[in-house]
Design a protein around this ligand. Structure first.
Ligand code: ADP
Ligand code: NI
Length: 222
C-alpha cells in the first residue's frame, strides 16, 4: 500500500529473476537461465519496436515461460503447479496472473500449431522464444540438446534435405541436423510480428550457410 507501482513492478521482476535462476540454474539442455534472459531481452525489444503490448506482462511471461516445461518437471501437472505456487507468492491481480499463465500455456510450438494467439503479449513472447531457437544460438542449442539426448549429429542414411517420413519420425529416428528441417528452418514463417521477422533475417541466413558448409565438409575432399 502506498508504494509507487513502478517500484513494485521492479521488485516483482527482481524476485522472479531470482526464482527462475534458482529453478533453471542447473539445466544444460538449452533451457538455462541465459536462454530465459535472452528471450526476455528479445521480447522487450520487440515490444519497444512494435510500440504495443504491456511490457511488464511480457517480461514476466518471458521470465517464467520455461518453468512449467514438461522436460524440466516430473509431469505437466507438476510443472503447472510450480508456476501456480510461485504466482501465489507475488502481489499481482488475478487478471494479470491469469494472463501470464495463459501466455505460457499457449506459446509452445506443439508440432506446428498455427492458431492465432489470444493477445499481443503472447505473440511477442512466442516470437522471442522462437528467435532463440534459430541463428547461431539456435545451432548451438540444437547440438547441445542432441548431445544430451545421445542423438547423432547427422546420419547420412536418412533423407534429411527434405522432411523425414512420418514413419521415421514415429520411430524417433532423428539427428540434430534433422531438427533443422523438422522445426528450425520453419520458424521464420511462423513469426507473429514484423520486428521479429526483421530479427530472424540474419539468423535464417546463418542456418542456411551453416547447413551448406556442413554438407560440404561432411562429404570431405577427394
Ligand atoms: P523452447 O521450449 O525453448 O522453445 P524446446 O523445449 O522445444 O524449446 O527445445 C529446447 C532447445 O532444444 C531448442 O533450441 C530446440 O531447437 C532444441 N531441440 C529440441 N528438440 C530437439 C531435437 N530433437 N534435436 C535437436 N535439438 C532439439
Ligand atoms: Ni524457451
Amino acid at each position: 500500500e502506498g508504494r509507487c507501482p513502478q517500484e513494485m513492478k521492479k521488485q516483482i521482476i527482481e524476485q522472479t529473476e531470482r526464482f527462475v535462476r534458482t529453478e533453471l540454474g542447473e539445466d544444460a539442455t538449452g533451457h538455462d537461465w541465459f536462454h530465459v534472459d535472452r528471450v526476455r531481452r528479445n521480447a522487450l525489444h520487440i515490444c519497444k519496436e512494435e510500440k504495443t503490448g504491456e511490457a511488464f506482462i511480457i517480461e514476466m511471461a518471458a521470465l517464467l515461460h520455461d518453468i512449467p516445461d514438461e522436460k524440466l518437471n516430473e509431469s505437466i501437472e507438476k510443472g503447472e503447479e510450480k508456476l501456480e505456487t510461485y504466482l501465489q507468492t507475488i502481489p499481482l491481480t488475478d487478471h494479470d496472473k491469469k494472463h501470464i499463465k495463459q501466455i505460457i500455456a499457449t506459446i509452445s510450438y506443439k508440432g506446428g500449431q498455427k492458431t492465432e494467439l489470444a493477445t499481443i503479449e503472447a505473440k511477442i513472447v512466442q516470437d522471442a522464444d522462437r528467435l532463440d531457437a534459430i541463428g547461431a544460438i539456435g545451432i548451438a542449442r540444437a547440438f547441445a540438446y542432441g548431445g544430451k539426448k545421445g542423438q547423432p549429429i547427422y546420419a547420412p542414411g536418412i533423407q534429411v534435405r527434405d522432411e523425414m517420413s512420418l514413419e521415421e519420425y514415429r520411430k524417433g529416428k532423428s539427428t540434430s541436423i534433422h531438427h533443422f528441417y523438422e522445426k528450425l528452418l520453419k520458424l521464420q514463417d511462423l513469426l507473429n510480428t514484423k520486428s521479429a521477422r526483421v530479427m530472424a533475417e540474419s539468423r535464417q541466413q546463418m542456418m542456411e550457410a551453416f547447413l551448406e558448409q556442413f554438407y560440404q565438409e561432411w562429404d570431405g575432399q577427394e
